[in-house]
Design a protein around this ligand. Structure first.
Ligand code: WA2
Length: 269
């Protein structure tokens, strides 16, 4: 009977883990899809309309009204690509100075990515040069070179200090050919649209609502670097019942990054 119970317990663990992995992956995917659409909205109404039909007030209104479409993102923002020769003109038009993430006026750089539009929930990144954040900068460079949505490794987000990852989509000026070279992509980049997945609080909320959440312990890892897996969610030093565990695959849509979910019982089943 003992052995039979263990088989049942293992089956239950596998199904709870797979359910959780599928749920997080799906909520991730719908959030990413909606940010994609928001990128097209910016390109259409800001860059392809003369005069532009988008401003901070309109962006804040639209993103607040559609926030439910991006359940795992704490907010979205748009950073414009500004090369140094345009900095003065840009700053005088905006009426503010480009700041670093440490909230100091930005020193001279080849180029900047100051946030010009932000959802109210992330208004603290307004006017900040996202290229002054190491993880954001890597995302920006990879997004514009590939033309695809990209994710950072897990890191502590600004302000909340919660563990999360940042999603970045490139926005291009009209006329970028389908088979553009990396150089053409960079030249035609208008800016970067993205947001932060607050994994620590939003994934926590999602998992807490599921049956069995008292009984199982869940970790999500970024396993991109096979010799150094990075914790993205869950306890730093898992303490659950180690003899039984299950690993579910996760696909967050950035082929450069690999993720896994590990599940186990908190106590011997
Ligand atoms: N958004 C919110 N919190 C953050 C953060 C971020 N980046 N980086 C660190 N904490 C405007 O890729 C462009 C958003 C970056 C997009």
């Amino acid at each position: 009977f003992r052995r039979e119970n263990m088989v049942k317990a293992e089956e239950a663990l596998v199904s709870m883990c797979e359910e959780r992995a599928r749920m997080i992956q799906d909520q991730f995917a719908v959030s990413v899809n909606h940010v994609h659409a928001l990128g097209i909205l910016i390109s259409t109404f800001y860059y392809q309309k003369q005069p532009p039909a988008l401003d901070q007030e309109t962006f804040a209104y639209y993103t607040a009204k559609t926030a439910f479409e991006r359940p795992l993102l704490n907010g979205v923002a748009y950073a414009e690509r500004v090369v140094h020769s345009q900095r003065e003109t840009f700053e005088s038009q905006q009426g503010w100075t480009i700041m670093t993430i440490k909230r100091e006026p930005s020193p001279i750089q080849d180029e900047y990515a100051p946030v010009i539009y932000s959802q109210e929930t992330v208004s603290h990144i307004g006017a900040l040069d996202m290229m002054s954040s190491e993880e954001d900068r890597e995302n920006i460079l990879r997004a514009r070179a590939t033309g695809k949505a990209v994710l950072t490794k897990p890191f502590r987000l600004l302000k909340s200090n919660h563990l999360g990852v940042v999603l970045t989509f490139p926005v291009y000026y009209a006329g970028l050919p389908e088979d553009a070279t990396v150089e053409q992509r960079v030249q035609t980049t208008a800016g970067y649209l993205g947001g932060a997945f607050d994994v620590e609080s939003l994934v926590e909320n999602l998992l807490r609502q599921l049956a069995g959440s008292q009984d199982i312990e869940v970790n999500v890892y970024d396993i991109t670097n096979t010799t150094e897996s990075l914790i993205m969610y869950g306890p730093q030093d898992p303490e659950g019942y180690m003899p039984l565990s299950h690993v579910s695959m996760l696909d967050f849509g950035d082929p450069f990054r690999k993720h896994q979910m590990h599940c186990r019982y908190r106590e011997k089943p």
